[in-house]
Every structure is written in structure tokens, then in C-alpha cells.
Design a binder for this molecule. Structure first.
Ligand code: 7PJ
Length: 280
């Protein structure tokens, strides 16, 4: 499986690790630690040295209750970082945004993957993405970040998430975004209770039947509070367990904070896959 990211082609035969680079003052799990451009770049370099092939640059926190950020402020936060990363590294640069203006500015600065938790549903986003040649990650979310964890409800979470993503794939196709530019993501923790997250993770192969690569992000998420009673700084083992299971279920990209540990887990899972690992 391959993913076209601008002029680059990512080979997804081996699962890849995407390192999270928050350039927000309010990200829930690293609390703005990487907000200064110098520290952000240093952290990105460390993740790349640890084996991250993609760096996901985010200037707007999507944690529950986070404040809104203007387009200008988001661009001010992410563009200098993207330009520096594009000049200094060969990693694929991903822009984590839902705003059309930020997508356009980020791709002009060197991003070749648009990671949108709103799946290009914001005004102008579909058109902005289609005017670029960047890849696009389409994620499912129920509700909006501020309120999404209040009362998430589904009759059939796997069916509903699959149908939503299929509809967004069709919208992309209609807008001229080719299939080889698309990645799908069930959106773990985005308007989902623990049972919904577990059902989606248990049924990843159903989502994978679209034939498109899957991205999974569980790093430090509150599902590990619900499952293990662990605070944010004690969720690594849980994240590695889910990451391993996700790779065995066919996930192509894991979005994580802890790159070195995840790279090891992915290597183990991939070795099992290559040795014929099967659930049946
Ligand atoms: C995700 C994301 C995810 C994708 C965030 C956090 C919240 N993008 N952005 N998938 N999560 N594609 O990192 O906990 O799961 S922000």
C-alpha cells in the first residue's frame, strides 16, 4: 500500500510512526512544553532520530474544552515550524488542522499531509485540500471537541463510523482528491465512550476493507483513564498494547507522543505479521 504525499510517495508496506508536535499552549498531554519554535524543532528532531517518518504539527488543541484559535494565530504558530522542518529534515510534514486557510499556508510552507479531525467538513476545507497535492487523513468525530464527550451515542458505532468515512471519501473523490491521497482514521476518543473506542479497535479490519490505509491515534488518551485508571503520564504501556494490536489488525500509521517505544512495538508487531500472524 502506498500514499501519495505531494511529490513524495510513502510506502506503507511497513507500518509507520507519526510523531505528535504540538505548538499550542494548551495541549492536554504535554501542556505546551514545545511551544517555543526552538524547542519544537528540537523535539521534532528527536522524534525523527527515534524513527518517526511523519511529524504532525498542530497549532490548535482539539482536547475537550480547548479554546478556539484564529486562522492567523494558527498560521503564526505552525508555518515557521513547518518551513524549518521542511528545510532541515526529510520527514513527511503533516498539518493537523480543520481550517482551509491553515491548510493552504501549511502546504505552501512544505506540509504534504493534511490531518483533519473534521474530515474536510469546515467551510472551504474540501476545496483548499483539493487545490493542493497533499495527502489527506479523514477522521471521524461525533460532535465538536468542546462537547463531544458529554453524551456520545451510537446504535452501531462501527457501521456509523464506516459509513461516515465512506461518505467523506466520496466527497473527496467528487472534489478531485484521488484515492491514493487518502488515509482513514476512526477517531479514537472523539465523541466516543470506552466501549465505542474498543469496538472500533476490535473491528479495524472492517474499516480497512475500504482498501485505504488506516491511521490510529490512542497515545495518552483518556480511554486509558477509563480502562486502567492511569493519569496521562502513566499511559505508555496501554498505548503500546493498543498500538501493537492495531498494527496486527492492519493499521498503517500510528500517531503517538512516545516515538522510540512505539517504533519498537511496531517492529515486533510487523515481525509477527511477516511470520504469518493470524487471529484465526
Ligand atoms: C488525533 C488526531 C487522532 C488524528 C488528535 C490527542 C488529541 N488526528 N489529532 N487522529 N488526535 N488523525 O492527540 O489526544 O486520533 S488531538
Amino acid at each position: 500500500m502506498q500514499l501519495r504525499c505531494g511529490s513524495r510517495t510513502l510506502d506503507l508496506a511497513q507500518p509507520l510512526v507519526m510523531g505528535i508536535l504540538n505548538v499550542t499552549p494548551d495541549s492536554f498531554s504535554d501542556g505546551g512544553k514545545f511551544i517555543g519554535p526552538a524547542q519544537a524543532l528540537e523535539h521534532a528532531q528527536r522524534m525523527i532520530e527515534a524513527g518517526a517518518r511523519i511529524i504532525d504539527v498542530g497549532g490548535e488543541s482539539t482536547r475537550p474544552g480547548a479554546a478556539d484559535v484564529s486562522v492567523a494565530e494558527e498560521i503564526r504558530r505552525v508555518v515557521p515550524i513547518i518551513e524549518a522542518l521542511a528545510a532541515q529534515t526529510s520527514a513527511i510534514i503533516s498539518i493537523d488542522t480543520s481550517k482551509a486557510g491553515v491548510m493552504t499556508a501549511a502546504v505552501a510552507a512544505g506540509a504534504t499531509l493534511i490531518n483533519d479531525v473534521r474530515a474536510l467538513q469546515e467551510p472551504g476545507a474540501l476545496e483548499a485540500a483539493s487545490r493542493t497535492d497533499a495527502a489527506v487523513c479523514l477522521m471521524h468525530m461525533q460532535g465538536q471537541p468542546r462537547t463531544m464527550q458529554h453524551e456520545p451515542r451510537y446504535d452501531d458505532v462501527v457501521g456509523e463510523v464506516t459509513a461516515f468515512l465512506e461518505q467523506r471519501v466520496q466527497a473527496c473523490q467528487a472534489a478531485g482528491i484521488a484515492q491514493d491521497r487518502l488515509v482513514l482514521d476512526p477517531g479514537i476518543g472523539f465523541g466516543k465512550r470506552l466501549e465505542h473506542n474498543l469496538a472500533l479497535l476490535a473491528h479495524l479490519p472492517a474499516l480497512g476493507r475500504s482498501g485505504l490505509p488506516l491511521l490510529v491515534g490512542v497515545s495518552r488518551k483518556s480511554m486509558f483513564q477509563a480502562l486502567l485508571g492511569r493519569p496521562v503520564e502513566q499511559r505508555l504501556a496501554g498505548g503500546l498494547a493498543v498500538g501493537t494490536a492495531a498494527v496486527l489488525a492492519g493499521a498503517a500509521i500510528l500517531r503517538v507522543h512516545d516515538v522510540a517505544e512505539t517504533v519498537d512495538a511496531v517492529k515486533v508487531a510487523q515481525a509477527l505479521r511477516a511470520a504469518g500472524y493470524s487471529l484465526t
